[in-house]
Design a protein around this ligand. Structure first.
Ligand code: GRF
Length: 201
């Protein structure tokens, strides 16, 4: 039986698309059952529809500061799709401990840095400013600590002398599209050993 996967997005959904395309392989151990966005106009929603994946929107704005009520609505939409695994893919809301403990062990996130370096935002600018030689991305299990759960896979590349945060982000994003489907595939088979990919240049 394939694992049922819900993907949570807020933006353009390029990682979502990479996951959905990988899951189309007959031997892939998971299938997409829902793409959910907290932003009604996220570009990823149209992409998901074009790929034939059911979509849902739970807009966070009407809930204001009431994160518990937002997450209750999120859970309701998710549970209707009966996912086994949640993949956060550019989902730009901080989740509370209640939501995370409910899905603990079943929720992955992709983050554009070599964790534990650069949790949070502006990761590429911070890596360049620090003079790092390498940058990359990490897929990790989601725990209560922001961008802090166990790392299941990383992909890395060399930072070029002329890289800007934008050029670096574009190259790392391509790596994200390779790494996330590989990690999800293993995770869906119940395997937790870490994947490391290194790319020249
Ligand atoms: C990616 O860089 C991801 O690592 C970060 O947000 C971005 C989402 O891009 N969390 P997309 O929506 O998948 O194109």
């Amino acid at each position: 039986m394939k694992k049922r996967v819900a993907i949570l997005i807020s933006g353009s959904g390029s990682n979502m698309e990479a996951l959905v395309r990988a899951m189309a392989r007959p031997d892939y151990p998971a299938e997409p059952v829902l793409v959910l966005s907290n932003r009604p106009h996220a570009g990823g929603l149209a992409r998901a529809e074009a790929l034939g994946v059911p979509t849902a929107v739970v807009d966070h704005r009407p809930f204001g500061q009431d994160r518990a009520a937002f997450e209750a609505a999120l859970n309701e939409a998710l549970e209707a799709a009966r996912p086994d695994i949640l993949c956060l893919a550019g989902f730009m809301r901080i989740l509370t401990g209640g939501f995370i403990s409910k899905w603990r062990g079943r929720m992955l996130n992709i983050h554009p840095s070599l964790l534990p370096r650069y949790r949070g935002l502006d990761t590429h600018a911070r890596a360049i400013a620090a003079g790092d030689r390498q940058a990359g991305c990490s897929v990790h299990e989601v725990t209560a600590e922001l961008d802090g759960g166990p790392v299941l896979g990383q992909a890395r590349l060399d930072i070029r002398p002329d890289d800007t945060p934008e050029t670096l982000a574009a190259r790392v994003l391509k790596l994200e599209h390779r790494l996330y489907p590989l990690v999800l595939e293993r995770f869906a088979r119940g395997r937790r050993e870490r994947i490391d990919l290194a790319v020249e240049g």
